[in-house]
Write a protein that binds this ligand. Structure first.
Ligand code: ADP
Ligand code: MG
Length: 680
């Protein structure tokens, strides 16, 4: 029903509400306050403290006085009292307010206290003669445009709740509410807007957050089930030669790698489409697992594609994949934005005719003109750098190819179930043997001379160093400039006896490649770089990483960067230059100093930064949540996950009367992805 039916909402206000996304009465009732102003505890005048906000019940005990200290300033004072003392209500440039008061009026006020000598002033207070919306209660504060005042909104909301809240459809089945002691919807909505006290607010919030998490989780499971149910994929045959290939690798697979590859093989063998996420800390050896899967696909007569976020990484993967496959007649190709057109056309036609078996590349591989003869396996590496849509486009390059996505941003399992809710998850929770943990130091800029002389000692021993420039958000251009400045000052300064290279995202691909090649070959001692080296890069002889302005990076990102070293036989050192002054920034740096465990680090990162900054949920295709918080409501999320599974087991299409309202709510929440739900 249109919001215009709510008392106090005419066409004008309806238009303003529409700007907030509120069109129906239900939209309005679900418009959750941003925060609350607790005006529920009345104080007495004698209890007032300078600078505090306070609610008071007072009586007007004298006539208004108006002062005009300057031409543009007038001060109105109204004397009031309660049984404990006297005070003045004070307004600036609002003399007309005096008309509202008569001697002896009893009023409730709320405002900031200012004590001047013996005079207690209540500055610019909101006031009410009778008990109403504004004083003496917890007042909801809404996010509004400047066209609509909070007070107007509170009045509208009060009317809407009085007249319509009982009509709100209940989504949660009664047995579930009883079991989890959740409020019915009308009480929750009332409680979230106008809680009488903190307990009422918490109970209301809990109910609404749970509903949101349940609906979210159910929706994601329905998407996943649809895949499992209706989309049959390729059934890869059992092949010879897999074991020989594994036995001939230059190293033995870790237990975790073996286990994860078994899981992948089982998926590939089955006739349902594989949708699997591999999570594994930096350096845990995800690439080789992907290579095994590609080998299996090739042996079975299918093509594979691997998409990665940067050209540098694409080149590197291409080279190492080609090396692993060099004893076989497997034809590999590299496709990035900077491949010359002539070459590109050849690659595209060879892909289409099936001459190419394995394609590695950047976003270039999902362009429209890229067509495969028989794509069987699509892999994305460093998935956290891509969005769901890009993954989806890659998938559509074949007829239900098996999907493998890899990420080194480890997140708690509960969250992974949400962010990658439509995927099965494998975890490589073991590093290859013989890795020496990186030693990490946090220092201030004042220590830079000592840091540099330490670096130089290592360089003289034949090692190499990365120096990462301060993080600049604005643009690639600015990033490039800051990198260039650092490069010039170091190259001609402290590191003038050494060979110093520069790498940033704004350089031509060929340039980047040749710099990276010289660094790999040991022709450069120091590589000064922006975060383009964050993912994937593998140069075992480099054992030092210096990161400027480390406080500006996310912890997970610092951990990734640090993952570039500690890849060879040498002890590695990471120096974080911290210029942050806050307690939080020191605490964050300490987390990295203390731990090399990506799971621990990302959990801490979530805790210290909050989930909003940790991941853009948009990127992950997760609908926006109004009440629930994926991190702080983790316990509730676990319950929601459990209950979703139970519910779907009982009624996997949600068609029974009990679950129909849930079904509709899911469709509303997933309006952008409705076609992915199993209902369709
Ligand atoms: P990530 O999981 O970060 O992508 P990589 O796949 O790049 O890690 O592997 C990091 C390094 O470890 C590579 O040089 C790779 O060859 C090596 N590696 C992978 N698995 C093993 C193993 N089982 N034993 C020894 N080295 C391994
Ligand atoms: Mg990798």
């Amino acid at each position: 029903m249109s919001v215009q039916y709510v008392k106090g909402v005419g066409p004008k206000r309806a238009a303003k509400l529409k700007r907030l996304g509120i069109e129906t009465i239900e939209d309005l009732l679900y418009y959750i306050p941003r925060e609350y102003d607790d005006r529920s505890n009345f104080k007495r005048i004698s209890q007032c403290i300078d600078g505090d906000k306070a609610s008071l019940r007072v009586e007007v005990c004298g006539y208004p006085s108006k002062l005009r200290p300057r031409r543009n300033l007038s001060i109105l004072k109204i004397p009031v009292k309660d049984s404990s003392g006297f005070a003045n209500l004070v307004w600036f440039n609002q003399d007309y307010i005096s008309n509202h008061f008569s001697l002896g009026d009893r009023i409730a006020v709320n405002g900031k206290i200012s004590i001047r000598g013996n005079e207690i002033q209540i500055m610019n207070p909101v006031f009410e003669k009778e008990k109403g919306n504004r004083v003496g209660r917890i007042v909801p504060i809404y996010s509004l445009t400047n066209k609509l005042s909070n007070n107007e909104m509170v009045n509208i909301m009060r009317n809407a709740i009085r007249d319509y809240v009982e009509k709100l459809p209940e989504v949660l089945p009664k047995c579930l509410r009883d079991e989890l002691k959740l409020l019915p919807i009308h009480r929750a909505i009332k409680g979230i807007h106008f809680p009488k006290n903190r307990e009422e607010y918490l109970a209301a919030r809990r109910r609404l957050a749970f509903e949101e998490l349940l609906v979210l989780q159910l929706g994601l499971l329905l998407i996943k089930n649809r895949r499992a149910d209706t989309r049959s994929g390729i059934k890869f045959p059992a092949i010879d030669g897999m074991n020989t290939f594994i036995d001939n690798l230059p190293f033995e697979l870790t237990k975790a790698q073996k286990r994860v590859f078994k899981e992948i093989e089982a998926d590939m063998k089955s006739k349902k489409q594989m949708n699997r996420l591999i999570q594994g800390d930096v350096g845990s050896g995800k690439t080789i697992v992907a290579i095994l899967a590609m080998f299996k696909a090739w042996k079975s007569g299918y093509q594979s594609v691997m998409m990665v976020p940067t050209e540098i990484l694409a080149t590197q993967h291409y080279e190492s994949i080609s090396r692993f496959f060099s004893d076989y007649n497997i034809s590999c190709a590299l496709l990035t934005g900077s491949i010359p057109n002539r070459e590109k056309e050849k690659i595209l036609s060879d892909l289409k005719s099936g001459k190419i078996d394995v394609l590695v590349g950047t976003h270039a591989v999902i362009q429209e003109n890229v067509e495969f003869a028989r794509l069987g396996l699509a892999i994305t590496d460093e998935q956290h750098r891509f969005g769901v849509e890009q993954r989806a486009v890659l998938t559509q390059k074949g007829i239900n190819p098996d999907i493998l996505v890899m990420t080194a941003t480890p997140i708690p399992r509960t969250l992974a179930l949400i962010l990658y809710g439509d995927l099965d998850i494998s975890i490589i929770d073991e590093l290859p043997p013989g890795r020496k943990p990186v030693e990490t130091y946090v220092v201030g800029l004042g220590m830079i001379d000592r840091v540099n002389s330490f670096v130089k000692k290592q360089l003289l021993l034949g090692r190499q160093a990365y120096i990462v420039c301060p993080l600049i958000e604005e643009s690639d251009k600015l990033k490039a400039r800051s990198a260039e400045e650092l490069y010039v000052s170091l190259k001609d300064g402290v590191y003038r006896e050494f060979k110093v290279g520069l790498l940033h995202g704004n350089m031509k691909a060929k340039e980047k490649e040749s710099i990276m090649d010289s660094f790999k070959a040991g022709n450069l001692d120091v590589l000064i770089s922006t975060t383009v080296i964050e993912v994937g890069v593998n140069v075992p002889n480099a054992n030092i990483m210096i990161i400027y302005n480390a406080e500006r990076f996310g912890l997970a990102q610092l951990h990734q960067l640090r993952g570039r070293i500690g890849r060879g036989q040498y002890q590695s050192y990471c120096v974080l230059i911290n210029e942050g002054k806050t307690r939080i920034s020191r605490e964050r740096m300490r987390v990295l100093q203390k731990s090399n465990d990506g799971f621990y680090i990302s959990e801490k990162d979530l805790e210290l930064r909050g989930p909003g900054e940790f991941f853009g949920t948009r990127q992950h295709g997760i609908p926006d949540l109004k009440v629930a918080n994926l991190f702080t409501d983790m316990d509730m999320l676990k319950i929601a996950q459990l209950k979703s599974k139970e519910i779907l087991k009982e009624d996997y299409l949600l068609l029974s009367d009990e679950y129909l309202p849930l079904r509709q709510t899911i469709i509303n929440m997933f309006k952008d992805r409705v076609n992915d739900l199993i209902f369709n």
